[in-house]
Ligand binder design. Structure first.
Ligand code: EPS
Length: 387
């Protein structure tokens, strides 16, 4: 079973991720993981921290001479903040002590208040440091390995931004794998250049007012194998697993598989993907992708389409959200933390990661194998059986 666990706080010394269950023989280099981490920092509208956050990583275990050993892979990613300023050595010290400056003007829409109540804290920093989306750097490192596992099956996962604030791209412009460079080259990771300009204007307007913006990303998986996930149990359904994984990303409030919300308003006769026999390729095909590549909680082999909606960040550069100081109980506005205007471009890369991790875990469950060769052989044998 492929599983992973992250640890670390946003302004602590480092993030750590351990990934277990990868087969032996998977080729991977620190540079490849670094490349994925750099993609996550892309995007107009991110705060100053992204410019100096270098995401220096160390492969601590599980990889030898550029290949996985089948043992747990451990990766450490430094937080540049820790090394830039002594402030964080004191604020985030694991040694006994207390902060001189507790954060008590809890931010609406953030984990602050519910986390303080749940865990009995008097300083919001005890919650926000872990709730921060900085943690997604560790997930993306794990996702780099998941993508490497999917590659020999011919699966390619990519994402693009389809909405920032009120600027929305038409659903017809969908990138294919060779377009990924162009998407990454866009300042907001949008595939439609006209909409890109509108998105940039939205971000500039919100920045001027010290406000934040949300949006929507679409993740596409090309080259999907048939039969990942299962109809037999609620917790094995591929669409359910994808929804949970995407919903677990900080600030995500909505997930859609295929045209889920649009299809809800149609009649049944116009809401399903017709099945045809493709004699040339000796396979079944769906003529459309309304279902987003899953039926009955299983992958159909068609293009996988999932979307994630992110709410506008709860931290504002000009705090205007009404709240209460948890010490005085008096009305105030939420405390000011340095922040991004929007993190939607980064969300795309994180959403790719979460989709890749789910697909890799399900591919491992279906095809098994302790070495990469065995895993690929089993997948090929299943595909040959279908033909
Ligand atoms: C974040 C706030 C900002 C972001 C951070 C997530 O950090 P800071 O408050 O230190 O400026 O830059 O994201 C990252 C550091 C990252 O690598 O993604 C938050 O509150 O979630």
């Amino acid at each position: 079973m492929l599983r992973y666990l992250t640890a670390g706080e946003s302004h602590g010394k480092a993030l750590v991720v351990i990934i277990e269950g990868l087969p032996a023989g998977l080729p991977i280099t620190a540079e490849e993981i670094q490349g994925e981490l750099a993609r996550r920092r892309l995007g107009y509208g991110r705060g100053p921290r992204q410019r100096f956050e270098a995401d220096n990583l160390t492969l601590i275990g599980g990889v030898r001479h550029g290949r996985t050993l089948g043992s747990p892979v451990a990766i450490e990613i430094e937080n540049s903040e820790w090394f830039r300023s002594d402030k964080w050595h004191e604020e985030m010290s694991p040694a006994p002590g207390a902060t001189k400056d507790p954060l008590t003007q809890v931010r609406p829409g953030h984990a602050d208040l519910a986390g303080m109540q749940k865990y009995g804290f008097t300083d919001a920093r005890d919650v926000l440091e872990r709730a921060s989306a900085r943690e997604t750097a560790a997930r993306v490192a794990a996702g780099a390995l998941a993508k490497k596992l999917l590659a020999p099956l011919g699966v390619q996962v990519l994402s693009h931004v389809i909405q920032v604030g009120a600027a929305r791209a038409a659903s017809s412009s969908r990138p294919v794998p060779t377009d990924l460079g162009a998407v990454d080259a866009s300042s907001v990771r949008c595939f439609d250049p006209d909409v890109e300009a509108a998105m940039v204007s939205e971000i500039e307007a919100a920045a001027k007012e010290g406000d934040s913006l949300g949006g929507v990303v679409e993740v596409l998986a090309y080259g999907m194998p048939i039969g990942l996930g299962s109809h037999v149990h609620w917790d094995r359904k591929l669409d359910g697993l994808l929804a949970q994984a995407l919903m677990s990303i900080q600030a995500v409030k909505g997930v859609e598989i295929g045209d889920g919300f649009e299809v809800a308003g149609r009649r049944g006769s116009a809401a399903h993907d017709p099945i045809v026999w493709d004699a040339d390729n000796q396979r079944y095909r769906r003529e459309s992708s309304l279902a987003g590549g899953t039926e009955g909680g299983m992958s159909t082999g068609e293009l996988l389409v999932v979307r994630a909606a992110m709410k506008p960040l709860a931290t504002l550069n000009r705090p205007t959200l009404k709240t209460v100081d948890v010490v005085t109980k008096e009305e105030t506005v939420s405390f000011k933390e340095r922040t991004d205007v929007t993190a939607v471009p980064a969300l795309g890369v994180v959403a790719e990661t979460m989709v890749a991790l789910v697909l890799a875990a399900e591919a491992q469950r279906k095809f098994g194998g302790d070495s990469l060769d065995e895993f690929v052989r089993n997948a090929e044998s299943f595909a040959a059986g279908l033909r």
